[in-house]
Design a protein around this ligand. Structure first.
Ligand code: ZN
Length: 225
């Protein structure tokens, strides 16, 4: 096993308690029935997450202020800070990957004192009056063999593997499917857990970051990593 370890972590519903993107659209879409149909199409693979996100953004009229207000009460997993400290002590590389949007990820990382953590996501574009205008996909199509993600996490994960890292992946949802099939060790909960079980892929079930810290401590104790 490589002595270089990279922890790669989803944001919505993994670092945050709630899936912020999902709940934001749920609150702002004008027609919830069509929105749920759109999500269903994405979940079963009829449309990509890029198409899904583009349509969601196009359907809402909301502003930066609305989004700021929306995230005011959002929380991180209570053990996330301890886990980041643990990863820093162990000198693990730490990368956050999201198929959501950069604005609220950055705002929340800054608020909780994690502005130094690296993340890769899609880019939310605001108009001159602060209105949510569109979403851009700087990483779209970079992942060989995947046309289903806006920001395919597999692409970033494979870059780390190519650099010789042992990759630990942490996620909870549909957008974690691609990367989790290529990571060396996967921690899964919620929809990702169901996916890993259905596919018969190796994984460790977790509830929060304390479970992950315990599990990694146990796994790497003997090798001193
Ligand atoms: Zn993908």
């Amino acid at each position: 096993m490589s002595d270089k370890i990279a922890v790669v972590c989803d944001f919505d519903g993994t670092i945050t308690v709630r899936d912020i993107g999902h709940h934001f659209f749920e609150s702002f879409v004008p027609d919830k029935v069509s929105w749920e149909e759109l999500l269903e199409k994405w979940k079963i693979g009829l449309i990509s997450s890029r198409e899904c996100l583009e349509q969601e953004v196009a359907s809402i009229s909301a502003t930066r202020d609305d989004l700021d207000e929306f995230i005011e009460d959002e929380k991180f997993d209570p053990y996330f800070k301890d886990f980041v400290d643990f990863s820093n002590r162990r000198k693990y590389d730490f990368l956050i990957l999201s198929d959501g949007m950069d604005y609220y990820i950055e705002a929340m990382l800054m608020r909780f004192g994690f502005g130094y953590l690296e993340f890769r996501s899609n880019h939310l574009v605001f108009g001159s009056g602060g209105e949510i205008e569109s979403v851009e996909f700087p990483f779209y199509g970079l992942s060989n063999g995947c046309t289903m993600c806006g920001n395919c996490k597999m692409f970033h994960l494979k870059q780390l593997k190519d650099k010789g890292f042992y990759t630990v992946y942490i996620g909870n949802g549909y957008s974690d499917r691609c990367a989790s099939e290529h990571a060396d060790l996967v921690f899964a909960k919620d929809d990702l857990l169901t996916h890993m079980r259905q596919k018969g892929l190796d994984h460790v079930e977790y509830r929060n970051f304390r479970d992950i810290e315990r599990s990694l401590t146990e796994k790497f104790y003997i090798s001193g990593q």
